[in-house]
Design a protein around this ligand. Structure first.
Ligand code: ATP
Length: 243
């Protein structure tokens, strides 16, 4: 179980995250949605230990890891696929994956099993990461996270900037990862329909807080749009009636 409790995070005077709590079980997918600036990236950077100006606690399988440095959190089983992918551009795909493997835990995910789960990586193993397309870089970033054998992986804006075909391929691979049941996934996805289809549960963030949480199957598109834009349900219905 990954549990975050009352996370608050600031950028100087700006409080970007205002008391966020949620939990994710192993094998579960939590979709996080919210407009630009809602605080998602800051929240994830706080959870993984990269953003230091924060309070609140992060528990991984019952252990409080809030005081640990980012690399120690990875070693405990918490990985992040950051927005923008952040690969080593002058290293090959194979080297990017291997470096991650050396800094993570031992487990079922090895170069061979990652290549089975993400077959698009096979033909580009020797390519320099800096020369790849957006979809290929995203696949490498996910492979790199898996190489650390995480119990939980947080993926920020997973399909940002990818072509529709690349997004299809990516979600096919993520579907296999989900089906393996080995890993809990927290995924930020701007495409609401896709987020609802892929996630077991959804949380919606607005201005640093969670405005909606529920099982994907129980939330309507209107519930989500209201939470996303901060509309009162009646106001949304009124504006829909006027449209
Ligand atoms: P996006 O999808 O655009 O990345 P987000 O939901 O991830 O949005 P954050 O990037 O966490 O949101 O931003 C939350 C708030 O913090 C915003 O008001 C943003 O302007 C501010 N912010 C983010 N990064 C910084 C920074 N490095 N310095 C100052 N303010 C920042």
């Amino acid at each position: 179980m990954l549990e975050v409790k009352n996370i608050q995070a600031r950028h100087g005077l700006l409080q970007a995250v205002r008391g966020v709590s949620f939990s994710v079980a192993k094998g579960e997918v939590l979709g996080v949605i919210g407009a630009n600036g809602a605080g998602k990236t800051t929240l994830f950077r706080a959870i993984t230990g990269v953003h230091a100006d924060m309070t609140g606690s992060v528990l991984l399988n019952g252990e409080d890891i809030s005081a640990l440095r980012p690399a120690k959190r990875v070693a405990k089983g918490l990985a992040m696929v950051p927005e923008g992918r952040r690969l080593f551009p002058d290293m090959s795909v194979r080297e990017n994956l291997q470096v991650a493997g050396e800094h993570g835990r031992r487990g079922d995910w090895t170069l061979a099993t990652v290549l089975d789960a993400l077959p698009a990586l096979k033909p580009i193993l020797r390519s320099l990461a800096g020369n790849l397309s957006g979809g290929q870089r995203q696949a490498v970033a996910i492979g790199r996270a898996l190489m650390t054998n995480p119990d939980f992986v947080i993926m920020d804006e997973v399909s940002l900037g990818l072509s529709p075909i690349a997004i299809e391929g990516l979600y096919e691979s993520l579907g296999q990862l989900k089906a393996s049941g080995k890993t809990g996934i927290v995924v930020v996805e701007q495409d609401l329909r896709r987020a609802m289809a892929f996630s077991d549960r959804i949380v919606c963030m607005l201005e640093g807080t969670i405005t909606l949480e529920g099982a994907s199957g129980t939330l309507t598109h209107d519930d989500i749009t209201n939470a996303y834009f901060g509309l009162e349900p009646e106001a949304h219905e009124r504006s829909a009636a006027h449209a």
